[in-house]
Design a protein around this ligand. Structure first.
Ligand code: HDE
Length: 708
């Protein structure tokens, strides 16, 4: 017998209603209005607003017969589903965004007339999207990669997009090489792998033939490319821009974002494991932080300089493969960015947001950096491809939040065509907007007299000196990580010629680094150093601002401890630990043999966030083992528990433990008194001591004793 399928309707709270034009309507979660069904629930409609009677069965002849074309509801539903995807970004496809605001510290009127920098304490709405570059939308978060750090500030003079990265330099000096760079790093075209990885022949082939990328290579082989969280990374505008004040005087400017919680990265072995355990590690982190009210914050700093400084500086300020070290030109704090609200809908906001380098308000102007000039074309062009219509500025996330008026009209999805007869200017009716030479955007009238040609400036020719400066500015631990990263990546190249060409470049950066990598790759002898267009300098002083470890946080705030518990454990100890962490602004997550939780010795229930198999220690900044003797005994038999401890130790994390956990430590191959990173919570050390030690984030000295 034929049957009509109708799912059960769960009971909901008493709905809110509104009466509009004598019709009583239901108010939805987001304030949207619904027609009311007989049961008092919102009515499901078609996109045309027609009420739907049956959304479980397509229209067909009989119960077992063919479906009918006449079923407009079915056809509309499937048609729309078929078109749900828009092209992912060619680069930076995987990203995650949040709303917030930018707060100006003090007037910068002497440098710029940009309205956003005029009034101390003024808050301007902002949206930020963080991203990886190489991977597709569904790739994992902890790829070794540059992170995008794109900020849209909705100023009273239009949107200002500072489309930056978490690394202050770039691979190439001319935008015309961008497609080659990106083709080389993306999956190889015949085999379509590897996904979201630079460790393959094509990438290193291109890089080894592109000496200008060497400075950037030092950064992407450093731990900067495997950040612990978006919240703990810096952001950089990369290019030199111009500030223009009311008198149109120009000052060069570079923009930097400094995370309030300090810098932090993970180690490579950890990154690989995080990708398996939680491919959404970074997005989850941002979501959790914002939702729990721990709003991530960055300070905007600017390096401002004039033409004289630019002329005297050792490198060309238009060259995007160079930095101006902070010790040479200290950045000035000018405001702060706070992220305090997650999007209501990922697609509508984070996916459809369209950043464009050419979005600058009056008072901010471009320099002639050839990469920036090329980007100013690309970002508009790519939005048309991705969003499908020149009216992408009509989408709420992209629309300015200040009044705007122009005569652009029509096109796909036009949602705000102006009313009235006049759609041009000048017009004799006095209708519509007119240009304003005083408030409007003015370009710096730079005079340039030079031949039209395809040229690269001589002043861009030094590709090694700052790469070396970056390397010597790192701590010994960080230098070791760079050597390990280069070795790993090059070990994945099948063509030995590529490895050799890269070691030849490294010889121009640091001989010790080159020798280490060559040795680990199994070279019999070192190649000749690569030809350098300009003799590399070794007199650039180390810049401590370039080290992550030297710029760690002042406290353990914003970090997370994973506590492995078992039945019969000391509940009071657990509470002391939680309280000590809360005082620091850090959090604790309980990991138990069962996700249902555990029962402390005094009978109290301990709710768990994770079961041990789903929460390896790589997901935490530090760990604690609060177990009973019996619990420890049981856990020693579980590989996941042994790995929890062994990995935390290998990744140089601080480990607190109750005395009963000793057998578990032993089974994981960790000596309880191996170093000061192991803290016995029942032998003089308090939960507070553990938290204090955790401020160092990692016990890096251990790394030289442990071979990862
Ligand atoms: Fe981009 N870049 N890029 N880029 N870029 C894009 O624009 C491009 C460069 C950066 O979260 C695309 O909307 C060229 C440097 C970020 O939506 C595209 C060149 C820096 C994002 C594009 C560069 C960046 C993008 C793809 C060489 C750091 C993500 C999707 C001249 C300062 C923004 C899109 C978001 C995205 C082109 C180099 C940062 C294709 C041609 C240098 C953070 O237009």
């Amino acid at each position: 017998m034929a049957r009509k399928t109708k799912p059960a309707t769960p009971k909901t709270a008493t709905p809110k209603t509104a009466t509009i034009h004598d019709q009583t309507l239901l108010l939805g979660q987001g304030g949207e209005l619904h027609q009311i069904a007989a049961e008092g629930t919102p009515v499901l409609t078609t996109a045309q607003g027609g009420p739907v009677a049956d959304d479980q069965n397509a229209l067909r002849i009989g119960a077992r017969g063919p479906s009918l074309l006449e079923d407009f509801h079915f056809r509309e539903k499937i048609f729309h589903f078929d078109h749900e995807r828009i092209p992912e970004r060619v680069v930076h496809a995987r990203g995650y965004g949040a709303h917030g605001y930018f707060e100006t510290y003090e007037s910068l009127a002497r440098y710029t007339r940009a309205d956003v920098f005029q009034r101390a304490g003024e808050k301007t709405p902002a949206f930020v999207r963080f991203s990886t570059v190489a991977g597709s939308k569904g790739s994992f978060d902890l790829a070794r990669d540059v992170r995008g750090f794109a900020v849209k500030i909705y100023t009273k003079e239009g949107n200002w997009d500072l489309v930056g990265n978490n690394i202050p330099v770039f691979f190439i000096q001319d935008a015309i090489k961008f497609p080659d760079l990106i083709h080389s790093v993306k999956p190889e075209p015949d085999r379509a792998f590897p996904q979201a990885q630079s460790a393959h022949d094509n990438f290193w082939d291109f890089i080894s033939l592109t000496p200008e990328s060497m400075h950037m290579i030092m950064w992407v082989m450093s731990d900067r490319a495997i950040p612990r969280s978006f919240r703990f990374m810096e952001g950089f505008g990369v290019h030199t821009f111009r500030f223009l004040n009311e008198s149109d005087d120009s000052t060069f400017v570079k923009f930097l974002w400094k995370p309030k919680l300090g810098l932090q990265s993970v180690v490579w072995n950890e990154a690989v494991k995080i990708n398996g355990a939680d491919p959404d590690f970074h997005r989850r982190d941002l979501w959790d932080a914002v939702q729990s009210g721990n709003f991530p914050e960055w300070e905007l700093r600017v390096q401002v300089f004039d033409q004289d400084f630019a002329d005297q500086f050792a490198f060309d300020v238009l060259d995007p493969t160079k930095i101006i070290p902070e010790e040479v030109l200290p950045p000035i704090p000018v405001g702060r960015l706070v992220l305090d609200r997650m999007p209501d809908n990922f697609f509508a906001e984070t996916e459809q947001v369209a950043f464009m380098t050419q979005n600058v308000p009056p008072g901010i102007d471009f320099s002639n950096d050839p990469l920036l000039q090329g980007r100013n074309f690309s970002y508009l062009d790519t939005q048309l491809k991705r969003l499908g219509s020149p009216n992408f500025t009509h989408l709420p996330i992209n629309a300015p939040k200040c009044p705007f008026a122009h005569f652009q009209q029509d096109g796909h999805m036009a949602m705000r065509n102006p009313a009235g007869r006049t759609n041009y200017q000048p017009n004799s009716r006095g209708d519509g907007p007119r240009e304003d030479p005083v408030r409007g955007f003015r370009t710096f009238p730079e005079e340039i007299a030079a031949p039209k040609a395809r040229l690269r400036a001589e002043s861009f020719a030094d590709h090694y000196s700052q790469a070396r400066q970056f390397f010597v500015s790192q701590t010994v631990t960080e230098q070791k990580h760079i050597a390990m990263a280069l070795t790993f990546e090059l070990s994945k190249c099948e063509d030995p010629v590529i490895r050799e060409r890269m070691v030849a470049h490294l010889l121009n950066i640091d001989e010790g680094l080159a020798a280490t990598v060559a040795d680990k790759l199994g070279f019999d002898e070192l190649p000749q150093p690569a030809d350098a267009a300009v003799e590399p300098r070794d007199d650039l002083p180390p810049s401590p601002a370039l080290s992550i470890i030297e710029n760690g946080p002042p406290s353990f705030a914003g970090r997370k401890v994973g506590v492995l518990v078992s039945d019969g454990c000391d509940g009071a100890l657990l509470q002391r630990l939680e309280a000590a962490l809360a005082r620091e602004g850090a959090t604790m997550e309980v990991v138990a043999p069962k996700v249902g939780g555990a029962e402390a010795a005094d009978g109290t229930k301990i709710p768990a966030k994770h079961m041990i198999d789903g929460a390896p220690s790589v997901l935490f900044d530090a760990v604690a083992l609060v177990v009973s003797e019996e619990g420890a005994e049981r856990l020693t038999g579980e590989a996941a528990a042994r790995d929890f401890v062994a990995d935390a130790f290998a990744h140089c994390k601080f480990i607190a433990f109750s005395a009963a956990a000793l057998p578990l430590l032993a089974k994981a191959g960790v000596e309880a008194d191996a170093d000061e990173g192991l803290i016995d919570l029942e032998d003089g050390a308090s939960a507070g001591t553990f938290v204090e030690r955790c401020r160092a984030l990692r016990l890096w000295a251990r790394e030289f004793a442990v071979k990862l």
